[in-house]
Write a protein that binds this ligand. Structure first.
Ligand code: MG
Ligand code: MG
Length: 260
């Protein structure tokens, strides 16, 4: 694999495997989406995800990664990311962010979505919508010749326009034969932002996390669960994309998406 300033450039064969890996993640998230409802527990969803990994003959990417104990990250309401599945039942009005990764033939898929549990408040809907839209605004900038931070700037300006806070502590990343590769993709333009030119063959996991209140993060005693300090609601959307000569291809695209 070619490397450019520390960033792996994937060839068409490698992108094809990454496409399959991410399609599997999308299909599993679609199945999970159908099950999310008041009364179900995130541990039920974890079991479903494990069954599906066996079905698809893929390895869960997160289980065991730096000691993370589960296949899914299940982050409810004020939890931003890295929440553990539990036997607690989801309640009407909750929002649930699920992040999932798999390893397929040595390559990784990684995607996250936030789901509404039953009827949710208008504010929560707005947060979900703005976070997802900011992801797509970022993806639109993933064009050969653009600067990496054009992605960050698009996410940042969309979040700001709707008064959502950007959780700066967590960033997107390159992905390929490793779950996390260079470059880091912040959801804002950092003070020192050297020009990093985007090239065909780069594969990126772009993942804005926004909140309705504080951007400050508190890590719970389990050493993983990251929640907003002021307990405000938080949402998370992530797609893995490949940069092609014609622009971004969303590898983790759901079959249920219309348009995009
Ligand atoms: Mg992820
Ligand atoms: Mg990721």
């Amino acid at each position: 694999m070619k490397k450019l300033k520390g960033i792996f450039i994937k060839n068409d064969y490698e992108v094809a495997i990454l496409r399959e890996a991410n399609s599997i993640v999308a299909q599993i998230l679609d199945l999970i989406q159908e099950k999310v409802a008041p009364g179900i527990s995130t541990m039920d969803l974890e079991e479903l995800a494990n069954e599906q990994c066996s079905e698809f003959k893929v390895k869960p990417a997160f289980k065991g990664y730096q000691g993370f104990p589960y296949t899914l990250c299940c982050s409810v309401n004020e939890v931003i990311v890295h929440g553990f599945p539990t036997k607690d039942r989801l309640m009407e009005g909750d929002i649930l962010s699920i992040d999932m990764g798999v390893n397929y033939k040595g390559f990784f898929g990684d995607s996250a979505r936030t789901f509404a549990v039953g009827e949710i408040k208008t504010k929560a809907k707005q947060l979900m919508r703005v976070t997802e839209e900011s992801l797509y605004k970022g993806i639109e900038q993933a064009i050969p010749g653009n600067n990496l931070y054009d992605i960050s700037a698009a996410i940042e300006s969309h979040a700001n326009a709707y008064n959502c806070s950007i959780i700066k502590r967590f960033v997107g990343h390159g992905i390929g034969a490793n779950l996390h590769e260079k470059p880091e993709i912040p959801n804002f333009v950092p003070k020192r932002a050297p020009r990093i030119v985007l090239k065909k063959g780069m594969v990126l996991a772009i993942e804005p996390m926004l909140s309705l209140g504080s951007d400050q993060v508190e890590i719970m005693p389990d050493r993983w669960t990251a929640k907003t300090k002021d307990n405000s609601l938080s949402a998370h959307y992530e797609h893995t994309i490949a940069i092609t000569k014609d622009g971004p291809e969303i590898l983790s695209k759901s079959n249920q998406d219309v348009g995009g």
